[in-house]
Design a protein around this ligand. Structure first.
Ligand SMILES: O=C(O)COP(=O)(O)O
Ligand SMILES: [Mg+2]
Length: 221
């Protein structure tokens, strides 16, 4: 088998999770007296972790307003986390074929490498009955975030595999760039939160429209 391990992104790859973040963000923005934002906006802002999502919300766009006072940013992030702690998982669902696909990949060593903080990720995986599929979990607050290579390399090390023995599966520019930075092949899934960019431009080795399309890639010899 060409690959022995698979590193999965979480939000936008395994789970459709933007609705909880959309609600938590608008509750936060209302509390700090900033204009609320649309679901469509939030779904293009997911993928760089909570701090970036909140800063994008305060900026009203994907580009961060660098003049936002730090104290406001800190209060908004803490407020978001409070709301998200209560909301995370309420409106989340698995993307089609994820459970079937993970079961079909039972012979592979599998990890989740997410930019989401551990305190939110672990309960979400439990709630969705996904925990047992994965040997390793690397979260956004464990060290550097994607697009850094570090979280992917950390997962490889914990799995006892070399970068050329694994493949990353993700939905965003951050996943593709992190994989390139780590010299790991990458499958980009088109259905997730791709931050308003054309994923093809970032040259993933593979581009798939459905979770099950990753199976023939992984089982090739
Ligand atoms: O919290 C985020 O921004 C997204 O996390 P992800 O890395 O699982 O897509
Ligand atoms: Mg993602």
């Amino acid at each position: 088998m060409r690959y022995q391990g698979v590193l999965f992104d979480l939000d936008g790859t395994l789970i459709n999770s933007a609705q909880d973040m959309y609600i938590a963000l608008n509750l936060t923005l209302t509390e700090v007296a900033f204009p609320i934002v649309s679901y469509a906006q939030v779904s293009t802002w997911v993928g760089n972790g909570i701090d970036m999502l909140v800063k994008r919300g305060l900026s009203g766009g994907i580009e961060i307003n660098t003049e936002l006072p730090q104290v406001l940013v800190d209060v908004a992030i803490a407020t978001f986390k409070g709301h998200y702690k209560l909301l995370a998982g309420q409106y989340v669902n698995l993307y089609p074929n994820v459970v079937t696909g993970l079961a079909a990949l039972s012979g592979f060593s599998k990890s989740v490498v997410t930019n989401k903080d551990r305190m939110f990720t672990e309960p979400l995986l439990e709630r969705l009955k996904l925990t047992s599929h994965f040997e390793v979990l690397v979260c956004g607050d464990d060290g550097l975030k994607k697009p850094a290579a570090q979280p992917l390399l950390q997962a490889c090390e914990k799995m006892g595999l070399k970068p050329h023995e694994v493949i990353m599966v993700g939905d965003s520019k951050s996943d593709i760039l992190a994989a390139h930075n780590a010299n790991i092949d990458v499958i980009a899934l088109t259905y997730g939160y791709h931050q308003g960019v054309n994923l093809q431009e970032f040259n993933p080795q593979y581009l798939c429209d459905d979770f099950l399309d990753i199976i023939p890639i992984l089982t090739q010899r």
